[in-house]
Design a protein around this ligand. Structure first.
Ligand SMILES: Nc1ncnc2c1ncn2[C@@H]1O[C@H](COP(=O)(O)OP(=O)(O)OP(=O)(O)O)[C@@H](O)[C@H]1O
Ligand SMILES: [Mg+2]
Length: 264
């Protein structure tokens, strides 16, 4: 199993949106995927279904009262499961700390049933998010396409390099988010990031700014599930991001270059 942490210094840059939608796309490509909500604010739990606020999850697993089996939630997509953050009592996030050893045990146990564990984290790179980075194989860094974000990038890359030296964590890539294709400043930021960083640091695929994301959060679904038959165009970007991420996070099988002939 590959473990991927979605992290950023800044809040509200699209971590949860990316973690959720990319996981769904990867699950649809056949990878048995577990999405873990490690953000005490429980953003994925909230965006998936309002009632999940009260669900058990990572916190109860960490307290030792529940097994992984007790806290995993299956989804409509057979390859995709979800581990809520849990521990939310009286609408307040829990203060329970999740030790690195608990996260390591989670990786160990989840690896029996999953190919991929995608962990959504709280913004910032300290505390729990730092511990998540220490048990992850890869970090994915969403970056909002605006000039200020470029300045926070160095800190993230330094932290990843530090953890790399201790645990071998690798940067899978930076994903530009909320790109406004009709806005000069947004496009200049994209150019700047592409010029500034080597190609292996930044994915070609990016997430455009789109009102569908707000609708999706309001209904508690990933964008591609907004409509059963005709999802919004923006949902397709996660298919290309998933395809690009696969080799970057070590998800490949030998039969991947199996050519299919259209006619037998
Ligand atoms: N590409 C986009 N276009 C438009 N709105 C977006 C886009 N991506 C995310 N949003 C919206 O912006 C808000 C923040 O996104 P999201 O929750 O994914 O960020 P985050 O980095 O996880 O935030 P936090 O740091 O609070 O956990 C949400 O309301 C989401 O619906
Ligand atoms: Mg979030």
């Amino acid at each position: 199993m590959k473990t991927v942490a979605v992290v950023s210094q800044k809040g509200g840059v699209g971590k949860t949106t990316l973690a959720l939608n990319a996981s769904l796309a990867l699950a649809r490509r056949g990878w048995r995927t577990l999405v873990v909500d490690a953000d005490p604010q429980g953003a994925i739990s909230l965006s998936l279904k309002k009632e999940l606020k009260v669900a058990l999850g990572l916190t109860e697993y960490a307290e030792g009262h529940k097994t992984l089996r007790d806290v995993l939630l299956p989804t409509r997509i057979p390859e995709l499961a979800f581990l809520p953050v849990g521990g939310i009592k009286d609408h307040r996030p829990s203060k329970v700390e999740i030790a690195e050893s608990v996260l390591a045990k989670l990786v160990d146990q989840a690896s029996e049933q999953f190919d991929l564990m995608m962990i959504d984290t709280a913004s910032g790179l300290r505390g729990r998010t730092h511990r998540v980075l220490r048990i992850a194989d890869y970090a994915v860094v969403p970056m909002q396409a605006e000039p200020l974000s470029v300045r926070t990038l160095q800190g993230v890359l330094e932290t990843i390099a530090e953890v790399h030296d201790q645990t071998g964590l690798e940067l899978a890539g930076i994903v530009l988010t909320m790109v406004q294709s009709r806005d000069d400043i947004s496009l200049e930021t994209v150019q700047e990031v592409w010029n500034l960083l080597p190609a292996e640091f930044v994915l070609e695929g990016f997430v455009p700014r789109d009102p569908a994301f707000l609708r999706a959060s309001a209904h508690g679904v990933p964008v591609s599930l907004l409509s059963r038959r005709r999802p919004p165009a923006v949902a397709a970007v996660f298919d290309s991001i998933a395809a690009e991420l696969e080799p970057r996070i070590g998800l490949q099988t030998e039969d991947d270059d199996d050519l299919v002939h259209l006619l037998d």
